[in-house]
Structures are given as structure tokens and as C-alpha cells.
Design a protein around this ligand. Structure first.
Ligand code: SF4
Length: 356
């Protein structure tokens, strides 16, 4: 079970039930134009064996959050504050040696494009085996056997024969499987998958998502799935965190968020998604306006310049002056000043009919 809280300073203790606890996380980059607030007070918890889908447009802070968890930001140019606890270990400001040990052993990442993440100069077997040896001290023969075992586990046919092939000898879907094998070779307790199926066709995409679910059932791995695709989230995630301008704007169980979304930004994401029931002559409705500057984030609710509700219904000044937060210690909620009744009414009468 996961919970989300607002951007207050909650740096006391992580939730004792959570495996990963992110509390009041801020990630800032210094640029010539000013400070980029890429993540701006984000808090969430994740339990073992569950999947959290983090969704939002490009620049909403999804990937920056995952790189902060993995400790992959450049320390000289990035300022990170807040708490990230993984199995009780504080990761913010942890020594490099600790983070290096945890990456691979306790946490791993799969990327959108395996071609850029895998080395073209080494066989896939060598790359998987090296990762295994680095973290376990296994000898060459043991690591090779483990690489073959992992290729079999992710569904590569004839793994003993393919272990000596190079990445370019695999199809896109098979390369993604190889990357999953490499990420899981040390049985990490946390897997972060950043747009893992974006570059794949829908059939292969479904296979990869099935594979992730299957592996999670076998190992109890906690998964963070980063995506802009609510369809992918609906297939695999237990909980969803919607991000906008580096902040959490909605949180809840996947079915609740997708069938009864509470935040106007989530309404926009759902309205811009193609559906089987939508007639071909009905245009999709992208979220109006443009994503905000993260150097000069709008005051109050960062979504207010694009909000479909405030442009349709005269609203209070608080939208542009007071930052809304998700109520603390709740597993379901939205960072919005509207009352639950106002949101339900507008969604039922204005948004839902457009969704088909
Ligand atoms: Fe829209 Fe106001 Fe809610 Fe922000 S707080 S999403 S501007 S209604």
C-alpha cells in the first residue's frame, strides 16, 4: 500500500511499511537562465511487490525523480534535498561507494532505448555476466551460467546459443528483454522502468509488460514505471502518481484514477488518449496551453494557466495564489482547491461525455 503527502517538510521518519520512501524531495539544477526546479516537494511511499506508475508530460519531473533515487545526478550541478530511504538506507547524500553498491544489487533501471543502454561492442552475455560479477564476486563460469539463466528467464529462445550474440543481432523487443535480464541479474528489490515499451509495437509492448508482472510475482520486486502512457499504466500498475511541474497532483489506486480522476490535469491526460470507443472523426483533445517553465513556475496551482475548470467556471483567486497539496497520509487525493463535489460534478457533466 502506498500513500502520498503534500510538499510539506516530512523528513522525520519513513513509513515503516514502505520499502522505498521519498519525502519532500526537491531536485534543482543551476542554469544560466536561473534555477530549474525539476522536482518540487515530492513525497510517496512504495511497498515491496507493488508497482507505482508515475505519469505526466515531458518535463514533469518523472525521470529526474528516478535518477535522484538511483543517485545518478551530477552532484556538482544538481542540488537535491529531502529524504529518499530504500530499505531504511538514506540515499540523499549517501557516499558514491554505497550508491554504486546499491545500484544493481538493490535497485536497477531499465531504459527506453536498449540500443543506447547496451554496449554494441560486447556480447549480451558478457554484459549481463559483468554486472553479476561486479556485484557478487562470482567467477567467469558462474557469471556466464547466470547470464544464460537470466536470458531464459526473460524468454529469449535458445539462451545458451544467443548468449554470445551482440545487441544488434536481436530485435527491438528481444533487446528490451536482454536489458531486463541485465537489470534483474542481481535480483534487485527495486526496479525503475523508464518508458520501457515506448519504442516497441503494441504486441511486443504487451509481452514486455506481462514479463515484468511475471517477474514481480516471482521475486516480489517493487517497480516504478515511468510513462506518459496511461494505457501502459492501466495494464500493470497498482497505484498511480500523476506529476505536473515537478509536483504530485493526483494519487490513487489505478482503477480509481482512471475511472474517476479528481484533478483537472488528469482529466486532460485522459481526454488526450485515443480510445477504441472514440469515433474516428472525433478529434483528440490535447491539454491546452504549454507545460510551464520550471524556472518561473506559475504561482499558486502550477496548472492554473491551463486549467479547463477555471477557464469554464469563475473560480476563486486561490488557484493562482495558494499552492494546493494532496492531503497528508491519504492513499487517494488530488492537489486542487475545488471541493470533491465541484470536481465530481464537472467531471460527470463536462469531461466524461467527451471520453466516450
Ligand atoms: Fe484548476 Fe484551481 Fe484545481 Fe489548479 S487548483 S487544478 S487551477 S481548479
Amino acid at each position: 500500500m502506498t500513500t502520498v503527502t503534500g510538499p510539506k517538510d516530512l523528513r522525520s521518519q519513513p513509513d515503516s511499511n514502505s520499502f522505498l520512501s521519498v519525502q519532500d524531495l526537491h531536485v534543482q539544477f543551476a542554469t544560466e537562465d536561473g534555477t530549474v526546479r525539476a522536482v518540487d516537494g515530492l513525497s510517496f511511499d512504495l511497498a515491496r511487490g507493488t508497482t507505482l506508475g508515475i505519469v505526466g508530460e515531458s518535463g514533469s519531473g518523472k525521470s529526474v525523480t528516478s535518477l535522484a533515487i538511483l543517485g545518478l545526478h551530477h552532484r556538482k550541478t544538481t542540488k537535491i534535498t529531502g529524504d529518499i530511504h530504500l530499505a531504511g538506507q538514506q540515499l540523499v547524500d549517501a557516499p558514491r561507494s554505497i550508491l554504486q553498491k546499491l545500484r544493481g544489487n538493490s535497485m536497477a533501471m531499465i531504459f527506453q532505448d536498449p540500443l543506447t543502454a547496451l554496449s554494441p561492442y560486447h556480447t549480451v552475455g558478457h554484459q549481463i555476466a559483468q554486472t553479476y560479477r561486479q556485484h557478487t564476486g562470482a567467477n567467469k563460469a558462474q557469471a556466464r551460467a547466470r547470464a544464460i539463466e537470466m536470458l531464459a528467464r526473460v524468454g529469449i529462445p535458445q539462451p545458451a546459443a544467443r548468449v554470445d550474440d551482440y545487441p544488434h543481432q536481436f530485435s527491438g523487443g528481444m533487446r528490451q528483454r536482454v536489458m531486463i535480464a541485465m537489470a534483474l541479474v542481481c535480483d534487485p528489490a527495486l526496479l525503475i522502468a523508464d518508458e520501457p515499451t515506448t519504442a516497441l509495437d503494441v504486441t511486443v509492448q504487451a509481452q514486455i509488460l506481462d514479463l515484468l508482472q511475471e517477474l514481480q510475482q516471482q521475486t516480489g520486486t517493487a517497480i516504478i514505471l515511468i510513462t506518459h502512457d496511461l494505457g501502459v499504466v492501466s495494464n500493470i500498475a497498482h497505484e498511480v502518481l500523476v506529476m505536473y511541474a515537478g509536483r504530485a497532483v493526483e494519487r490513487g489506486h489505478v482503477r480509481e484514477v482512471l475511472t474517476a480522476p479528481q484533478h483537472p490535469y488528469t482529466w486532460g491526460l485522459l481526454s488526450s488518449m485515443p480510445r477504441l470507443t472514440t469515433p474516428v472523426d472525433v478529434p483528440l483533445r490535447p491539454v491546452g496551453g504549454v507545460p510551464p517553465s520550471l524556472i518561473d513556475t506559475p504561482t499558486g496551482c502550477a496548472f492554473h494557466p491551463r486549467c479547463v475548470y477555471t477557464s469554464a467556471v469563475p473560480s476563486t483567486d486561490s488557484c493562482s495564489s495558494v499552492r494546493p497539496v494532496i492531503a497528508e497520509h491519504t492513499s487517494r487525493g488530488a492537489a486542487c482547491h475545488l471541493t470533491a463535489e465541484q470536481r465530481q460534478d464537472f467531471f460527470a457533466h463536462t469531461i466524461k461525455p467527451r471520453l466516450g
